[in-house]
Design a protein around this ligand. Sequence first.
Ligand code: FPP
Length: 248
Amino acid sequence: MKSNLFTKINIDPAKLPGHVAIIMDGNGRWAKKKLRNRVFGHEKGAETVREVITTCRELKIKILTLYAFSTENWSRPEKEVNTLMKLLKKFIRSEKDELHNKSIKLNVIGQKERLPIDVIEELDLAIEQTKDNTAMVLNLALSYGAREEITRAVRKIAYEAKQGKLFPEDIDEEMVSKYFYTAGMPDPDLLIRTSGEMRVSNFLLWQIAYSELFISETLWPDFTRDEFINILRDYQKRDRRFGKVLCS
Ligand code: FPP
């Protein structure tokens, strides 16, 4: 039987995506429209992050992956990079108990080692605190780029082959995916991008091979729980064929 919540929002819990990935875009434009600086947009964006995490947990979505900082974002003005790092640290510090109370495990995908040391320390504390949680995984993509992830995997595989630990003929898709930051996780079922841009911007290029895509015109700070639920309803209507023909 459906629980009250799912009936109320007209969602079939059996058809929810197990893994949702989001490209959170439009903080800067949102701030500009309000004649405020970009920092204001990122701050409001962090509130949306909180709401989306809460909604996923409530709906029992098992994995949420958020593109919070790309490898390309390092080339933004130093002041903006510093602000984003400070905001991230503040967010982790203020949310870690809440994540833990909700049994959410925090994980970082990307070049964590490139982040400022105080951010790494804050992240490590939260990762340690939440490591045994089982209700949901929150992946924060930080200094993440899919091409970097693939290059890193190829390099590791080459080293292991050179050391005689594996043979080229052993390499298959399943093995390659074990060398990614997302090792052991199912691929995203649904990829959402806000702000209307029709790009995947170097995000999870391997993992989104069969993800359903949804582009929202909404700028990230304005993205709401209601819109998220609408997208999930749309997702439930889609026919996922994974390149095959469905037999009726
Ligand atoms: C895109 O907006 C957003 C980012 C580059 C960073 C995402 C960061 C947040 C949502 C806030 C903090 C995150 C966490 C996890 C606390 P943009 O700056 O590219 O916007 P624009 O395309 O309109 O300029």
